[in-house]
Design a protein around this ligand. Sequence first.
Ligand SMILES: CC(C)(COP(=O)(O)OP(=O)(O)OC[C@H]1O[C@@H](n2cnc3c(N)ncnc32)[C@H](O)[C@@H]1OP(=O)(O)O)[C@@H](O)C(=O)NCCC(=O)NCCS
Length: 442
Amino acid sequence: MGILTDKFKAKADKLSAEVKDILKEHGDKTIGEVKLSQIYHGMRGITGLVTETSLLDSQDGIRFRGYSIPELQEKLPKAEGGSEPLPEGLFYLMLIGELPTDEEAQYISNLWQRRSHVPNHVFATIEALPLSAHPMTQFVTGIMALQTESSFAKKYAQGLSKKDYWEAVFQDTMDLIARLPRIAAYVYRRKYKYGVHIQPDGLLDWAGNFAHMLGFEDESFRELMRLYMTIHCDHEGGNVSAHTTHLVGSALSDPYLAFAAGMNGLAGPLHGLANQEVIKWIFEMRKELNTDLPDKGQIEEYVKKTLAEGKVVPGYGHAVLRKTDPRFDAQMTFGKKHMPDDPLVNTVWNIYEVVPPILQSLGKVKNPWPNVDAHSGALLVHYGLVEYEFYTVLFGVSRSLGVLASLCWDRALGFPLERPKSVSNRIVKLWLEGKEEIWGGD
Ligand SMILES: CC(C)(COP(=O)(O)OP(=O)(O)OC[C@H]1O[C@@H](n2cnc3c(N)ncnc32)[C@H](O)[C@@H]1OP(=O)(O)O)[C@@H](O)C(=O)NCCC(=O)NCCS
């Protein structure tokens, strides 16, 4: 562990000093203006956070420490015989800011293996829920039960110096990431496989072992898990799961509490739950049309019907992106390589040809292109992971990598409690009459 913490500390000390200098010299500079409409419309476009791990460009999509997804697929270490990146390597990149060597990625893999033990009370807590509970509810319950293991919470209660916060957060981060696949697999096997659980395989990498514990031994499914865990891990700081983890962490709630809060946000249908909505929507379309491979005309009619019912087309649109999500492209490439003839996957590709012009014609949809969720379910179904209510849990396991690496940076850079100003509609009206200030506050 020492090598990683030493490296992180050296990077964090350097950046902290730079940030201090930047703020001393430029702290009073104005970075932009805020329109009244923005505070009513989800704060879109207001830069209000600093996040190290990744940056989203509306045209190019996500970059992790400057690297695009195709670049990561080329440059990050792979499992033996595999061609998809190891998520361990991406975590290293997000945390340290440098591409890892094979040995460094392996080092993280070994650390997570050693720390992956989940205490029995966590499983007992999950067992207290009815089987009907949504997998995300069971997953978050497991994370909350695991909070008893937080070293940050224990050390803070004993009296922890502010300069040491980051290290306790780092320890929790490594423990939590190491244990999440076990909890997620437990939820899956409990809910869908009659509670027949599968013991971890200590020889496998983090994502490969997760695939194994879920019950999928196909090597190409392991590759899918490595890709899936890589592309879902982070999407800069303002999305609901990342922002929530950061916000709750800013109250010095420990990483278990902060991450569980983020996961509750991921469980929303406009965020992570959209991947289950997509596959549900396609299954319903197939059922209604009584075919496994609807043609483009049939898809067009079904999309129009969905819109006429006042519903959104799931998997399409994005708050920031204005092009096809490169995470969609990466999955499409995977599909073309591993399952080019799968009817469901082909339906996803046909939908991709049909939906954008229809959404464009509505004139109000800012981004008619597919996001990550439009594709992921079809790949999972191909391998037999058909229980789509579970998909957001997979997303959540992956998301831990980015948001928890960010949380380490939040504490290392000494970010304070987050506390934006809010106003009431009365104040807005008085401001419009020139009688009140809308800006400022404690
Ligand atoms: C992702 C999403 C929540 C972004 O929301 P947003 O930033 O408010 O999107 P926009 O600014 O483009 O929305 C403008 C209008 O277009 C509509 N719109 C956006 N995406 C749409 C879609 N996929 N289908 C139908 N209508 C859509 C919005 O509902 C909104 O309509 P309204 O003005 O009548 O309320 C939205 O595109 C959506 O609901 N998509 C489907 C769900 C999904 O895939 N979520 C996963 C996100 S990764």
